[in-house]
Design a binder for this molecule. Sequence first.
Ligand code: XIL
Length: 464
Amino acid sequence: MLQTRTRRRAWIAGFVTVVMASAGFLLSSQFAHAQSTLRAAATAIGKDIGVAVDVGKLQNDSTYRNLVATEFNSVTAENVMKMDTVQPSQGQFNFGPGDTLVDFAQQNDQSVYGHTLVWHSQAPGWVRNLSGDALRQAMQDHITTTMNHWEGDIFAWDVVNEVVGDDNGQLRDSFWLQGLGEGYIAQAFQYARQADSEADLYMNDYSIDGINAKSDRYYQLAQGLVEQGLLDGMGFQAHLILGQVPGDMEANLQRFADLGLKVRVTELDIRIDMPADSNELQRQAQDFERVVDICKGIADCSGVTVWGLRDGDSWVPDVFDGQGAPLLFNDDGSPKPAHTAVLEALGGGEGDPTTGAPTTSPPPTGAGCSAAIEVVNDWGSGWQANVSVTAGDGGVNGWTLDWTWPDGQSISSSWNVDIAQTGSSVTASDVGWNGTVASGQTREAFGFVGSGSSAEPAVTCTAL
Ligand code: XIL
């Protein structure tokens, strides 16, 4: 087992320089201010902030990889833990892509939410053709083998996904229901409990964010499963439309929590009729903030997962004609207003009155620029810093920062920056969109993950 793990991890070592911190970084002054990543803010209040991950992009796109690692403390496989990937032919399990995500998450100290075991969609042809005992056996084998494989790696599973249809709360007329009858739901949970007694077991669906016939049916199902000790959580996908966060969403999640369940927003996105204008992006930010506030207000809400990273990564434009821009980041990796709103809802960001604004080095006198490195998160084997740039008289249209690490530190990854490291010397330049800083203003410019210890470097800022 150990050998397998080491082998599976090898590709990751190729792009993430894994370096151990030799001593603690001096964090006290930096931690006087609010966190500036979603991850740090969510961790500080004991919630998960998750993202659905496309494993291909994780392997091939460094901006993607860095944002996933630095902004989120939880991940869900967008596709590769579904049955058509995991068991494409009967008895042949394909865990490789899921393992890639699990390994990445472990490297970055993130939890992995399992999605999904029993679903009518993205199920292979062979299983759709079974019924009766053969289908029941296949369901058990799939649940058991999959959960055993990731036992200890995956803390919670969507055991069943979308088992209620959109017709007045009736069970979905899927091949599972047709082949096994309605007892298949409880049966799936029994198999899951047997397979991994530690994992939290969830049901999950869309259009159940408010109180309606569909969520009422889930409420009944949940009561029955709770009585049998088979259910631990309820997942609310929250594929929402701009301006339509249900007014009773909080009450709805709370009624499930009152059954003794955890609740979780599992697939949040908020779609806009394209093209989205700036007013809509502001309103979207408010909607995101509302959803995060709801989770924050419910002690048993384990967290919020967004269904994709950048707008261009979202499934929405493929499925909902003419709609898009539903996520927290722009295609170039820059944060949208919704990101700022989520950050503030989680208690981070610059506006937090209890912690005050981050300190930056004093503005330069005259022309030119200055910069400040702020450590915002530290997880022992590494730390994350955000860097801000302040412009002097006349503003700047581009900047280059230079510093020398006083104590052998190094950078293992970075984002929104063009960075070069030679020995202990670092040169960091803007990537275009973040080059402009108005006269006397400060902007969050870029970030990086570093390792090593103590003393802060003296940074030189050169303006263009
Ligand atoms: C979607 C993925 O985002 C797409 O990439 C894929 O083509 C189809 O599935 N409800 C779910 C998710 O539970 O698994 C779906 O994910 C979105 C709706």
